[in-house]
Unconditional design. Structure first.
Length: 184
């Protein structure tokens, strides 16, 4: 994944990855523009045709639904690379997953509680998760940040595998997901 300095750069990256209008028959999300599904656009009071969803409206939706609400913005204050990975993954697999993955990996990387205590895996990016993340990064440094991003990517790839095993129509997408969404 590219290096980012600001949340706007992260959102621009996701917009570019998601592309413009798509209405693939195998996609459960239905018509999308900039990666925003019609249901999400309607939740944000957009009533026009999806192929005309303004880029600025998509950016507002990304900020609210994929940065602020899931708590990924709080992670950005600690580690932009980790938060960027969580945001990008959340757009594609849902925002509930990356928070849980981060917590699971933090627990796995804490040396059986010697580096910092285990945290509850609930997807909530609250004070305990942020303390654990800070402790992890203080202990492991820049290399830890790189390994965490790789680890989150592993979880994202496993999620794509799982949803494709469960739903054959996702075979239309899995090669592209693994090629374009899971970084190495």
């Amino acid at each position: 994944m590219a290096q980012f300095q600001t949340v706007d750069e992260v959102i621009e990256y996701v917009l570019k990855k998601e592309g413009r209008y798509v209405d693939h028959p195998s996609d459960l999300g239905g018509p999308t523009m900039w990666g925003i599904t019609q249901a999400v656009a309607r939740k944000h009071n957009y009533t026009g045709p999806m192929r005309e969803l303004p880029r600025n409206k998509a950016k507002q939706i990304y900020m609210q639904d994929y940065v602020i609400e899931p708590g990924f913005g709080r992670v950005m204050a600690v580690s932009m690379p980790i938060a960027a990975e969580m945001t990008e993954a959340g757009v594609n697999v849902g925002t509930s997953w990356p928070g849980r993955w981060l917590q699971e990996w933090l627990n796995l990387f804490n040396l059986q509680g010697r580096a910092y205590p285990d945290i509850v895996v609930d997807g909530d990016i609250g004070p305990a998760t942020l303390r654990a993340l800070n402790s992890f990064l203080n202990y492991r440094g820049k290399k830890g940040e790189e390994v965490m991003v790789k680890s989150l990517n592993c979880s994202q790839g496993a999620r794509y595998r799982d949803i494709t095993v469960a739903r054959q129509k996702n075979e239309d997408f899995i090669f592209g997901w693994m090629d374009h969404r899971v970084a190495i």
